[in-house]
Design a protein around this ligand. Structure first.
Ligand code: ADP
Length: 225
């Protein structure tokens, strides 16, 4: 059996440790996400959702507990190993698309691949293939400013998947969109995940969308339930 794409084991995180304004955000949060599984994370604002996603995505470290990505314990690894794992295994999508405005949709998906050493032609073919899967192929040569919000976000998904990660972390990826568009974008995301065997942890406030994922967890009082 293949290892989980993501394991969080009793993860703890406190800000301003020892100070009067100490904030204990995570108090032993545990979670496993299997390859191909799409998990919704519901968390009230301030519950520590961003902190948890940053720790899972190796952008921040935890004070105690263990983080495993694709079967590898990342807790005590060097910065270099963590950076490589982040590049090769993890894709991020945020509420705002964060595409580079001066590059086309296609280029935004090609660039991270070139940075990872993929030859130009191969990177371009893969970018086109991903755009096709989410129905934005016809917009490949447009810059983000010329795309609708839903198109921008679908391109952002493609960029997150450009280097074939095993894990996608998303922070309210449809939070900025109207309900109809949000639905379409969500469908595109589910399709990509199921098509690629990607594991995904998706933070959302939307209970309807959460219900359409494989499983829902809640972040409450610093633990996942
Ligand atoms: P969410 O994403 O669920 O809104 P966050 O993970 O951003 O929550 O933050 C959780 C709590 O930790 C909040 O009370 C926030 O003020 C606090 N916090 C977040 N980052 C820091 C930091 N760098 N220093 C101090 N407190 C922080």
């Amino acid at each position: 059996m293949s290892s989980p794409a993501l394991v969080l084991d009793a993860v703890e995180k406190t800000y301003n440790t020892g100070l009067p304004n100490e904030v204990k955000v995570l108090r032993g949060a545990s979670l496993q996400v299997a390859p191909g599984e799409v998990v919704a994370m519901i968390a009230p604002s301030g519950a520590g959702k961003s902190t948890l996603l940053h720790i899972a995505g190796l952008l921040d470290t935890c004070d105690a507990g263990r983080v495993e990505i694709a079967g590898q314990d990342m807790s005590a690894r060097t910065d270099k190993t963590r950076t490589l794992a982040r590049r090769d295994e993890i894709g991020f999508v945020y509420q705002f698309h964060h595409l580079l405005p001066e590059f086309t949709a296609l280029e935004n998906i090609v660039l991270p691949q070139l940075a990872a050493g993929v030859p130009q032609k191969e990177a371009k073919d893969r970018a086109m293939d991903l755009l096709g899967k989410v129905g934005v192929q016809a917009r490949a040569d447009h810059r983000p400013g010329a795309l609708s919000g839903g198109e921008q976000q679908r391109v952002a998904f493609c960029r997150a998947l450009a280097n074939g990660p095993s894990l996608l972390l998303a922070d309210e990826p449809t939070g900025n969109l109207d309900p109809g568009t949000s639905d379409q974008v969500f469908e595109a995301l589910m399709l990509l995940a199921k098509d690629t065997g990607l594991a995904a942890l998706i933070a959302t406030h939307n209970y309807d969308l959460a219900a359409r994922m494989d499983r829902t967890i809640k972040l409450e009082d610093g633990v996942l339930v």
